[in-house]
Design a protein. Structure first.
Ligand code: C5P
Length: 211
């Protein structure tokens, strides 16, 4: 199968030297890319700026902003069988990017933010590929993930509790619950991200073969 995977954070520029971003390390997305290659699948990885080694055998498309990720996903998605949206796309970006460095002042300053485009929600409903979203939540993890499955019209949502220190964001370990659109649910207990990724790729292959 052909996997298209997004990973890492996006950076939304404020001025030539500053940006808004988030704590995504890219480890989970890169582990999924590696696991998919190991299992004999083709992988294109659309990646925000991360400090993780490139998975051998994956074609990597580097991006920085959410708009660049939006364009890259739409360019590549027609040629894939499974789209895994593991990236932590920024929800907001500065409404204006200053061309010159904003000077430091003593007063408070406020920054006007505009919502970014939701890439998942922008995908056509009538499609030939499977769409897998990620839901990073700090509370009511499963209920919020189920809501995302429906609202963002995903086939699968991988729910991730990011309130814990012992796994999740930036960690080498993770624990996830996979929700499928047919009501099926699978839990992968706390394990290194590489192991979680292997299990996830197996479940996605099985699900893709049965839809
Ligand atoms: O930010 P949120 O929790 O809604 O993200 C859930 C899913 O939506 C993730 O798979 C993420 O990659 C995707 N997303 C997106 N475009 C955005 C924000 C999130 O595709 N602008």
């Amino acid at each position: 199968m052909r996997f298209l995977i997004t990973a890492g954070p996006t950076r939304e520029p404020i001025d030539p030297v500053r940006y808004l971003s988030n704590r995504s390390s890219g480890k989970m997305g890169y582990a999924i890319a590696e696991a998919a290659i190991e299992a004999g699948h083709e992988v294109i990885l659309i990646s925000g700026p991360v400090n993780v080694d490139r998975p051998r055998g994956a074609a990597v498309i580097p991006i920085s902003t959410s708009d660049e990720m939006f364009r890259a996903v739409h360019q590549q998605v027609r040629n894939c069988d499974v789209l895994v949206m593991c990236a932590a796309v920024a929800d907001y970006k500065p409404a204006k990017i200053s061309k010159s460095k904003i000077k430091k002042r003593v007063e408070n300053m406020s920054l006007e933010l505009a919502p970014t485009r939701d890439i998942l929600a922008s995908l056509p409903k009538d499609r030939q590929y499977l769409v897998v979203g990620f839901a990073a939540e700090t509370e009511n993890v499963e209920a919020n993930a189920r809501k995302k499955l429906q609202e963002k019209n995903c086939d699968v949502v991988v729910a991730n509790d990011v309130s814990r220190d012992d796994f999740g964001m930036e960690s080498d370990k993770n624990e996830v619950t996979i929700l499928f659109c047919d009501g099926e649910k699978k839990k992968i207990s706390r394990a290194p991200k590489k192991i979680v990724a292997r299990e996830l790729v197996k479940y996605l292959k099985m699900f893709a073969e049965n839809v």
